[in-house]
Ligand binder design. Structure first.
Ligand code: AMP
Length: 192
């Protein structure tokens, strides 16, 4: 079973690349950002509470996203593998993910971390904000806050996965096809 965590700051291309990796390797794509946005669209209490935090560019509480991922893992218990996009984002989330997977006798195979320069991230997100309909992509201050949250709360995971010998860094600059090829090259080493 192939279970990939696609790691990187906001705007590093995780969503785009996850969909391509999903299709290439037959994985279930789990994006906590997408699940939260579907809760917002459905007008649930959880969605409304999450929206207030997402609109400020800060993370929603660990219990909320962990609960969502737990249900998705249960719903997809026959899956051939998963690609986690935007999750985990804190050490507590990573530890719980390891436990949830272990309960199902599976584990993270590899963590692919996309490296993109900060000014490029801001440029990409502002560009996406023009037609994505995402309010958190429209305002530079909120975008910078999301990047700050990433540095403070999410980058410690690099060390967490490095210690497990699962981390691979991938250059996330350049065109989408070239980045996808770099990611696939890392996956092929494992699945070959
Ligand atoms: P994304 O679509 O991954 O850029 O996420 C958009 C927003 O959803 C983030 O800025 C957070 O507010 C929230 N979010 C998504 N995934 C997580 C997560 N794993 N932990 C906490 N908050 C999250």
């Amino acid at each position: 079973m192939l279970n990939i965590v696609l790691f990187g700051p906001p705007g590093s291309g995780k969503g785009t690349q996850s969909i391509q990796l999903r299709d290439r390797y037959g994985l279930i794509h789990l994006s906590t950002g997408d699940i939260l946005r579907s809760e917002i669209a459905a007008g649930t209490d959880l969605g409304l509470r999450a929206m207030q935090l997402m609109d400020k560019g800060v993370l929603v509480p660990d219990e909320v996203v962990v609960g969502m991922i737990g249900s998705k893992l249960d719903e997809n218990n026959k899956a051939g593998g998963f690609i986690f996009d935007g999750f985990p984002r804190t050490i507590a989330q990573a530890e719980t993910l390891d436990e949830l997977l272990e309960d199902n006798n599976i584990s993270i195979t590899m963590v692919l971390a996309l490296d993109v320069e900060e000014e490029e991230l801001v440029k990409r997100l502002l560009h996406r904000g023009k037609d994505s309909g995402r309010s958190d992509d429209k305002n530079e201050m909120i975008i910078r806050n999301r990047i700050k949250e990433y540095h403070n709360k999410t980058t410690p995971l690099l060390n967490y996965y490095q210690k497990q010998n699962k981390l691979s860094n991938v250059k996330g600059m350049g065109n989408i096809e070239d980045i996808f090829e770099r990611l696939c090259n890392k996956v092929e080493v494992i699945v070959r």
